[in-house]
Design a protein around this ligand. Structure first.
Ligand code: PLP
Length: 446
């Protein structure tokens, strides 16, 4: 085993997920019913999710057993490598040691597969025939399409319209894996038809696509909804990333000083840092940096408040950092980071200052992505490149530190965005304070 590339054997795929709720028992504000404003019980969520996932959403248990069938599916690509970015270090002339956890090696090309196989498995166990979902960048849509295919279920994906046109080959991949894909807002649902009536040229947003997928599941008995981020059970499933990273750093003889991940809904960053949080709570000095785009700055410019998870107010109210459920993100290329809200767990960790959010501009992100591609050879997803930007900025401080970032996915379907960057067509967008204030006027009164 090389010290600079730590590859674990198949037997090292974690046997249990780590539940961070056990460290903050009773502290996470409960989700509320979108109609009544009362705390949600399991029965309220039953039209949307299988009971096993509802239980995982609410359990205070510290460790949750990973079923054998899920572990077998994870072994298609896990454990993923932890790699020392030696050539990047050289290019930066830094004293810091930079490592990345390579989640891009999964079949769909990102960390999203980790929860996709778990969610598909529990749905199948409870007799669900079809899963409905939304997708922004297409990474999640393709992951759940493949997972449904493994467990013999149908899959319907509402893909944010701007991404549907920017990334036609993500759609092709979903179709190969057997899914049906609609550009959202679509004519398939009341939510979609309502949005199109108000704005026939709507680019779509994750909030809108969630409304469509939730409505589809809630109105069909044999279908359930699946979300690729934000929720507690999604972060739980992603802890395989951090658990493996911990083992790998031990083998490399390292203790991390800085952990970095990009944040859209918070799942790759959450899964990466959560297993290290008990160490941090015990006093180990680990900086945990959550990186978001300046065009969609929920953690750095939003407010910590109860808000709807979707545009049409069908999804539960959760307490999170939000830019308001009516937030209309500009069409930046990191489609997976354009969500108005944030995972409630991560929001609580940010509120407690256990994690440090930063925002970065798109052109600086692509500059970092290209340097990473030229030095380490992997073309990162634009989302993941946000983490690379922050890792480079940390390394440029030139301190004797161990910096580890999560390479959440590859960018092989994002070449149009790279072309735009190389041709100088990408513009930076700083979400204006007035728009944030406007969007926040519609927050529900709780
Ligand atoms: C490669 C990649 N990284 C990160 C994200 C952001 O999601 P999350 O914050 O849930 O990890 C996405 C979302 O689509 C993605 O495709």
């Amino acid at each position: 085993m090389e010290k600079d590339r730590v590859i674990l054997p198949l037997t090292a795929v974690p046997k249990k997920w780590y539940n961070i709720m056990s460290d903050f028992s009773g502290e996470l504000p409960p989700p509320l019913h979108p109609g009544t404003g009362q705390p949600l019980g399991p029965a309220d969520l039953a039209p949307l999710f299988p009971m096993a996932l509802i239980q995982q959403e609410m359990t205070p248990e510290k460790w949750i057993e990973i079923p054998d069938e899920v572990a077998d599916a994870l072994k298609l690509w896990r454990p993923t490598p932890l790699v020392r970015a030696g050539r990047l270090e050289k290019a930066l002339k830094t004293k810091s040691r930079i490592y990345y956890k390579n989640e891009s090696v999964s079949p769909a090309g990102s960390h999203k597969m980790n929860t996709a196989v778990a969610q598909a498995y529990y749905n199948k166990q409870e007799g669900v025939k079809r899963i409905t979902t939304e997708t922004g960048a297409g990474q999640w849509g393709s992951s759940i399409s493949f997972a449904c295919n493994i467990f013999g279920m149908k899959c319907t994906v509402y893909m944010v319209k701007v991404s549907y046109h920017q990334k036609p080959y993500r759609k092709s991949l979903m179709k190969v894996w057997g899914a049906e894909v609609f550009a959202s807002p679509s004519e398939q649902t009341n939510a979609g038809r309502g949005i199109l009536k108000a704005d026939p040229n709507s680019n779509g947003s994750l909030g809108m696509a969630i409304s469509e997928a939730v409505e589809d599941a809630a109105t069909h008995d044999d279908a359930r909804y699946s979300l690729g981020s934000v929720l507690n059970h999604v972060l739980l499933h992603q802890t395989v990333v951090g658990l493996e990273t911990k083992e790998q750093l031990k083998i490399a003889g390292e203790k991390p000083d800085v952990l970095i991940g990009c944040v859209g809904g918070g799942s790759n960053f959450g899964g990466f840092v959560i297993p290290f949080i008990p160490d941090k709570l015990k006093g180990q000095g680990i900086k945990m940096i959550a990186v978001e785009p300046s065009a969609c700055p929920s953690l750095t410019k939003g407010v910590y408040a109860y808000d709807y998870g979707d545009t049409a107010k069908l999804a539960p109210l959760v307490k999170m950092y939000t830019l308001g459920h009516g937030f209309m993100p500009p069409g930046i290329h990191a489609g997976g980071l354009r969500y108005h809200g944030m995972s409630p767990i991560l929001s609580m960790l940010a509120k407690k200052r256990i994690v440090d959010p930063v925002s970065v501009k798109q052109t600086k992100v692509f500059e970092a992505a290209v340097l990473f591609a030229k030095t380490e050879g992997i073309l990162p997803a634009p989302e993941s490149a946000h983490a690379i930007r922050a890792a480079i900025d940390e390394a440029l401080k030139n301190e004797d530190k161990c910096i580890v970032f999560n390479l959440s996915g590859h960018g092989h379907f994002d070449l149009a965005a790279y072309d735009n960057y190389l041709e100088g067509k990408l513009e930076d967008f700083e979400y204006p304070e007035e728009l944030v204030q406007d969007a926040l006027k519609d927050l529900p009164k709780v």
